[in-house]
Structure formats: structure tokens, C-alpha cells
Write a protein that binds this ligand. Structure first.
Ligand SMILES: *Cc1c(COP(=O)(O)O)cnc(C)c1O
Length: 399
């Protein structure tokens, strides 16, 4: 909110795609806890599952049957995952996957892309997207030089740079959001994910897809299913916790068996696989059938088209980049293909447009470097109300 010169909004509650703030204002929520929710707020089935689980105790620090059922459910959906470990946050899952990649390869360096966000893992904060981009924090104080030094940063969608970096460095891992959404939504160009796979294979690095946002969203099996490119390790979070704190990392059994106690790479978490989060996740997955993805695609397309037309009509130059369940309105005259392109956007205009939307009861990410999260809770009426408000807000900018 600071980046768009507004006071923060304190949320009092929500239902479906609607939220209320502490001052009694109502909004259509396009943030959905940064994509943690796919069925909206306070979905009755999810709340019911949480209540039932809570009645039997909230944490044991020991395995439960439901945790194993959830693991099987995730493995069945995400093509490259045979075995997985649960954590409580995406950050933890990324940290643990990187540790595993280093153990498996005996190497230290990790390649990440400029503008990608992988949680607040020390070594991956350099040129990170999301909040670091919003507040213009290029690198973070408090990070060990050695941690930052083991990170190789390459521009997204730049094949030449990837080839060079993978030749020059002995990489433990190439980590990517397969569809980056933390510099705004910047899909991979044709064959770029295939190149990452090929370079990892050729150089002995592990390919790690951070699907914390894209998992269970851009397709049932995430970006890896949508693009047909399989990583060695996958990070999941957000939807994977059904709106409660849970995340996971997984891959081939041969890799995951290196994790303790089966193997020698240590990782643990007192609240990992927490019964309430597991119950919320299972209820969330049960509602995520095939027709749900068709609906999410149509809803996102209608919203994207409406926003494009509204901008055109007002004579405001924007790029609406979208994928099922994800969308960014870039204030740019050209398509945005990397972090540098996102940084070149008219941030002043974006901020003014956001404020004009908020004034009309539309809550969107208050940053150019984030995505909107269309959900299955948004109604057609809410989509058209949003497009109308956007048209008025574009008109306000143009005048
Ligand atoms: C949100 C996010 C994370 C971090 O997850 P937390 O649960 O906030 O720690 C990691 N990677 C991506 C791509 C994310 O969007």
C-alpha cells in the first residue's frame, strides 16, 4: 500500500470473493491471500473439514493418516512428484529443496532468475520479485556474503544467458517459477522451459520448479503439466494448504529418499503436515475437479478481455498478461518478458489506477510486481462489476 501511497487496509472478514475492512468498506478481492485460496474465503466445505479435524486435536508432531492421503492426492496430481515432504511454508520448502539439491550434486551454486521470488530464503533474495521489487530492495541486509555469493542470477526468457551461466558455473540447481508471477505475470517464451530442462541434464544440475503459485492453478498438475516439462524437484504451497499454513517439496523417490530419516539430509518441522492444514487442503482438492479448471480459464479470459477493451477505449496503454487463475495489468506499451521490462512500467500510473479501483470497491494487488488471482468463488457479476470499475479508473487516468 505504501508503494501506491495509501494507508494499509485492515481486513475484518471475507466470504467467497468478497472482503470487508475494519472501516466497514466492502471489496471484490482479487488477491485471495496471494493465491492461497482458489475457492474464496470461508468456503463451507473447507471450514467444515477444519472444524472436524480441530475437534480431534490440532497437532501431534507425529504422522496422521490424513497426511498420507494428502501426499497421495498431491503425487497423483503433480506429474513429476512420486514422494514428498510437507513443511509449513513455501520458504521452508524451497530452503529444504535447495539443501537436497546441494547434497545430491555435491555442488553449491544455484541459478535463479531476476524478478523471481522463492520466499525469504537467504541466498535467493537477490533481485527478487514480490515485496522486494515493490519496495525496491535489490539485496537484503543481514544475508551472509557467502549465501548471496552462491547465487547466480540470470534474466528470465534469455536463452543465451542461461547457456552461458550453465557453462560457466558448476550448478547444484536451476530454480525457476515456471510461470513467474512475482514480477507480475511473465509466462515463459516458447521452448524456454525445455531449454532449462536440457541445460540441467547436460550440466548435471537439478531442475527445481517453484510451483507455489502455479501448482493446482494454471492446470490440475501445475505448469509442468501445462507445458509438458518435468522438473527434478517441485515446490508446492499456497493452494496446497487450502488457506492454512502448509507447503511441500517432492520429486522422484530416489531423490526424496535422501531426506532424513530415510536418508542423511536433515529437515524437520514440528507443525509440518498439521492436521488442520491437511484437512483444509483435502477439502480444497475435493472441490477442484476438471470442470473447475474450465471455469477458471473462462473467468480469467473474460476478465482479461474486459480489462484490455476498457484500457483501449480510454486510450491507456497496458499489457494484460493472463493464464488461468492469474493475470497482471502492466502499464507498458510493449509486452513484458522479463524483470527489466516489468521495472520499466509506469509505476505512478499503476498506483493511481489501483487507488481508483480501491475507491470503487475493487481490491487488487497494490503493486505492479504481483498477479491478480481469479478464483472459483468470483461470480460473472463480480467480473463485470470489476471491468466497469476498471473502465472508470482508466478514464480517470486518461483525463
Ligand atoms: C509465496 C511464494 C513463496 C513463499 O511461500 P511462503 O509460504 O510465503 O513462505 C515461494 N515461492 C513462490 C513462487 C511464492 O509465490
Amino acid at each position: 500500500m505504501r508503494s501506491i501511497s495509501r494507508d494499509p487496509i485492515f481486513i475484518a472478514g471475507g466470504a467467497g470473493a468478497t472482503i470487508w475492512d475494519a472501516d466497514g468498506n466492502e471489496y471484490i478481492d482479487w488477491v485471495q491471500s496471494w493465491g492461497s485460496l482458489i475457492h474464496g474465503h470461508a468456503h463451507p466445505s473447507v471450514l467444515g473439514a477444519i472444524a472436524t479435524a480441530a475437534g480431534k486435536g490440532t497437532t501431534f508432531g507425529a504422522p496422521t493418516e490424513a497426511e498420507v492421503v494428502l501426499a497421495a492426492e498431491i503425487a497423483q496430481r503433480i506429474p513429476s512428484v512420486q514422494m514428498l515432504r510437507m513443511t509449513s511454508s513455501g520458504t521452508e520448502a524451497v530452503m529444504s529443496a535447495i539443501r537436497l539439491a546441494r547434497a545430491v550434486t555435491g555442488r553449491e551454486e544455484v541459478l535463479k532468475f531476476a524478478g523471481a521470488y522463492h520466499g525469504h530464503v537467504d541466498g535467493l533474495l537477490a533481485q527478487a520479485g514480490s515485496g522486494l521489487a515493490t519496495h525496491a530492495i535489490p539485496a537484503c541486509p543481514g544475508v551472509l556474503q557467502a549465501a548471496a555469493g552462491a547465487t547466480v542470477i540470470v534474466p528470465w526468457n534469455d536463452p543465451e544467458a542461461v547457456v552461458q551461466a550453465t557453462e560457466r558455473h558448476q550448478l547444484a540447481a536451476i530454480i525457476a517459477e515456471p510461470v513467474p508471477a512475482n514480477m507480475g505475470l511473465v509466462p515463459p517464451r516458447d521452448d524456454f522451459l525445455e531449454l532449462l530442462r536440457e541445460r540441467a541434464d547436460r550440466t548435471g544440475a537439478l531442475l527445481v520448479f517453484d510451483e507455489v503459485i502455479t501448482g493446482f492453478r494454471v492446470a490440475r498438475g501445475g505448469a509442468q503439466e501445462r507445458y509438458g516439462v518435468m522438473p527434478d524437484l517441485t515446490i508446492l504451497g499456497k493452494i496446497a494448504g487450502g488457506g492454512l499454513p502448509a507447503a511441500a517439496y517432492g520429486g522422484a523417490r530416489s531423490l526424496m529418499e535422501r531426506i532424513a530419516p530415510a536418508g542423511d539430509v536433515y529437515q524437520a518441522g514440528t507443525l509440518s503436515g498439521n492436521p488442520l492444514a491437511v484437512a483444509a487442503a483435502l477439502a480444497t482438492f475435493e472441490l477442484l475437479d476438471t470442470p473447475a479448471y474450465g471455469r477458471l480459464q473462462v473467468l480469467t479470459d473474460v476478465l482479461a478481455d474486459g480489462l484490455r477493451d476498457a484500457a483501449l477505449l480510454a486510450g491507456v496503454s497496458v499489457q494484460v498478461q493472463a493464464m488461468p487463475g492469474l493475470l497482471t495489468v502492466f502499464f507498458s506499451a510493449e509486452p513484458v518478458g522479463d524483470y527489466a521490462g516489468a521495472m520499466r512500467c509506469d509505476l505512478q500510473a499503476y498506483g493511481a489506477w489501483c487507488r481508483a479501483l480501491l475507491a470503487r470497491g475493487i481490491y487488487t494487488p497494490p503493486s505492479q510486481f504481483e498477479a491478480w488471482f481469479p478464483s472459483l468463488a468470483h461470480t460473472d457479476e463480480q467480473v463485470s462489476r470489476t471491468v466497469q470499475a476498471a473502465a472508470a479508473a482508466f478514464g480517470e487516468l486518461a483525463s
